[in-house]
Design a protein around this ligand. Sequence first.
Ligand code: HEC
Length: 313
Amino acid sequence: MRCRDTARNTVLPSIDKIGSNGMKIPGSSYYILFLLILSSGNIFLPAPAFSQDGINIEFKDQGSIVRTLTLTELSNMADSIPLKVFEAHEKRERIYHAYPVRQLLDAIFGKSWEQSEEIVFTSTDGYQPSIPVARFLSHDAYFAFASADGTPFTLINILQNDELVKLGPLYLVWDNLQSKSLLNDGASGMPYQVIGIETTIFSIRYPNLSPVGKVSPQVKRGFLHFRKHCLACHTINGEGGGKAPELNYPNSVVEYFKPDYLVRWIENPTSIRYNTTMPALAKETPNRAQVIQEIIAYLKAMSAAKHDPKRIP
Ligand code: HEC
């Protein structure tokens, strides 16, 4: 089994959260679980679904709040099933208890959500992917809320330097075992720690992300790849996810990275920076080398379209 020893580097944030600051503890996840029980002052560790129940999940439409629900309220609106998925963060199969996404969105937004363009998911760690509505209509997505095999509702993210992460309150998963296209997407459409769900029109939500002027087909494709593979973590002109650095303003990465290093960075970040938590572009991505070139073409186009994030609009 890989990666148990690396837990030492990565459990600290979760231990900090429950109030035992600064303890450096090597050891297995059982030991960590033991510590969690001790420091929570509660011998009876509640089931994951209920321990999360203080957290509110916010549903929005174009910036306006539609509903705010606890997990218990949410559980009354949909039927849970056990779902076996290919867990792209661990590269193995796992089983989760999960609610069908379409059923929940119907109950919360009515059918109107299907007319929207994209759904933006907000995670507590700043990850914020925008996923096309079309993908929810053509594939079956689920909100997982607990493990179905008695294991903790956590995973070890081998794509991010073996980081141990909590998955709750909600974790977006897909019925992906039979779908080549979903498997090819790797973990890009699988946000965990989801606390916000917003239906949007992309160009209204992100006015300063689109390349301007005469745009080549290569840059257009690069923009779509960037949205799918990079935007959840990074911002361009201040717009996008809050988990990783801005890439365009005031200086674009294409200005200060040597070109061949930028390619290598996207291909295999740890070959450049030891221990970085940026994941490599999914190995399964079809035409991966070309996709990387197209993403860089988009970044170059945006370096000529800088916009001060503080300036409105
Ligand atoms: C899961 C989150 C995540 C995703 C997805 C992601 N990155 Fe990153 N990226 C990071 C983090 C975190 C850093 C900072 C890492 C570090 O400094 O070691 C980073 C750093 C970078 C840097 C270096 C910035 C600098 O000035 O040092 C570049 C360039 C970059 N990412 C480009 C991309 C591109 C292009 C994509 C899409 C193919 C992408 N990233 C996808 C998390 C992510």
